[in-house]
Ligand binder design. Structure first.
Ligand code: PEP
Ligand code: MN
Length: 464
């Protein structure tokens, strides 16, 4: 369905390509300390090498001339809401695909994602009495860092898939070649998704929530399952009485710096630079070196910024990142996303919590219980066990309580669809079941039932 767009774009591309090569954009001003392009002076990890520099320049220009996807005022409002979490007066629920795909940008999958997040938030709110802010990994989560730059199948070695904003999943030389036109497709898919997010309202949710009750029959009869059902039914009733909901806020990993730079705008009314491709962005585990390009880019924008904290994070690097990314110590600006894994969280996280606490920096701590708990099933599927995810989340909560720090929230890879990508949960998905509905474009996601169950258990552990 996008061939038409691509044809139109390619037609334009040939006309404008000579133009942009004759008049290349000015290089970043060296005298300025920071600009949207100053990252180009630093070493950058995980970036594609585009074979056609003119095509890249053309696409960057198109993005620079396109409307922002979110506005500076919305980003400021997001930060104000995050500041409440930093003060311990609310929770954050951040969730969505590991990697969005162009083909999945459909009404039903977006609606079911939002609906599931609304219900997860309602379960947490019901248990804790505190407001829950919802941020999707959506409308821009298209770029993926990879551990291996190449992949070999049989005799053939090709570049790894890096997310549909960069190259294709298809294992062919053509499919895996980075194509800058994909940045324009990602922008337009993000715009369509955002349009839908902004249009969905409570009436849609009460209607669909009512129809969804059946999918929660798992054939398992634990006591907590009955309580979960009762609470969810209460949620369905309440959703009709709720005030108009705030559209889901958006976030993605700030990975493909050409794209992020092109959507960076100065707020002429209030000053400051904003990344207008999402409300919140995060720095990935593989690109978090203090003196490298991704940190240079992120230090100049006013958006809230997340920092993934894996087992290799040291106190010194974390404090260095806080100083570089938020020297003022602004509440709601920095989110630390712990992704240690169940086997490492007890050994690795306490020192970081203590160091940050001692620094006085008003961060928000989140738990990502997905990325440290990935395993390969016998069938070859990458998967994660629900029980391990729950266990790491609860270890995080207990640790935060022990240190007198607010457990700020949850960052998960999830979908509103009933996929079979993670094992366990009420449906007791086994390794053998994984192949039934394994659809993810990258890492395994919690399905709708597993996501609701996690929120239910989490709400209980955040109760006090
Ligand atoms: C991700 O969130 O999909 C991801 C790649 O995470 P991390 O950088 O923590 O590995
Ligand atoms: Mn992932």
């Amino acid at each position: 369905i996008f061939n038409h767009d691509i044809d139109v774009l390619t037609g334009e591309f040939h006309r404008e390509r000579e133009l942009s090569c004759r008049n290349p954009p000015a290089p970043p001003a060296q005298h300025e300390d920071w600009s949207p392009a100053s990252w180009r002076r630093f070493p950058a990890k995980q970036q594609p090498v585009y074979p056609d520099a003119c095509a890249l320049q053309y696409c960057e220009r198109q993005l620079q001339q396109s409307p922002p996807l979110v506005l500076a005022g919305e980003i400021r409002h997001c930060q104000q809401q995050l500041a409440q979490i930093a003060e311990g007066r609310a929770f954050l629920l951040q969730g969505g695909d590991c990697a969005e795909s162009f083909a999945d940008c459909q009404t039903t999958s977006v609606r079911d994602h939002v609906l599931t997040m609304e219900q997860m938030a309602a379960l947490i709110h019901q248990a804790t009495g505190l407001p829950v802010l919802k941020i999707g990994r959506i409308a821009g989560q298209f770029a993926k860092p990879r551990s291996q730059p190449e992949e070999t199948v049989g005799e053939l070695t090709l570049p790894s898939f890096r997310g549909e904003i960069i190259n294709g999943r298809e294992f062919s030389a053509h499919g895996r070649t980075p194509d800058p036109l994909r940045m324009l497709r990602a922008y337009h898919h993000s715009a369509s998704t955002l349009n839908l997010l902004r249009a969905l309202d409570n009436s849609v949710f009460s209607l669909y929530a009512a129809q969804r009750q059946e999918s929660l029959h798992p054939g398992v009869t634990e006591q907590y399952y009955r309580t979960l059902r009762a609470q969810l039914q209460d949620c369905y009733r309440r959703v009709k009485r709720q005030p108009p909901r705030q559209p889901l806020l958006t976030s993605h990993e700030a990975l493909l710096l050409n794209y992020e730079e092109a959507l960076t705008r100065r707020d002429l009314a209030h000053g400051g630079w904003y990344n207008c491709s999402a409300h919140m962005l995060w720095l990935g585990e593989r690109t978090g070196d203090v003196d490298f390009a991704h940190v240079e880019y992120l230090r100049g924008i006013a958006n809230p910024v997340g920092i993934k904290c894996g087992p290799a994070m040291t106190q010194a690097r974390l404090l260095g990142l806080l100083k570089r990314l938020d020297p003022q110590g602004t509440p709601g600006k920095i989110l630390l996303i712990a992704r240690m894994g169940l086997t490492q969280i007890d050994a690795r996280l306490p020192a970081l919590i203590q160091a940050v606490k001692a620094s006085g920096h008003p961060v928000i701590w989140l738990i990502d219980p997905m990325h440290g708990n990935t395993r390969t099933a016998g069938s070859g599927h990458k998967t994660r066990a629900f029980a391990t995810i729950v266990a790491e989340t609860q270890a995080f909560t207990a640790m935060m309580h022990r240190h007198g720090v607010h457990p700020g929230g949850l960052h998960v890879e999830m979908t509103g669809l009933e996929v079979t990508e993670c094992t366990g949960g009420m449906q007791q998905i086994s390794d053998r079941d994984l192949s039934h509905r394994y659809y993810t474009a990258c890492d395994p996601r919690l399905n709708r039932t597993q996501a609701l169950e996690l929120a239910f258990l989490l709400g209980k552990s955040w109760q006090n």
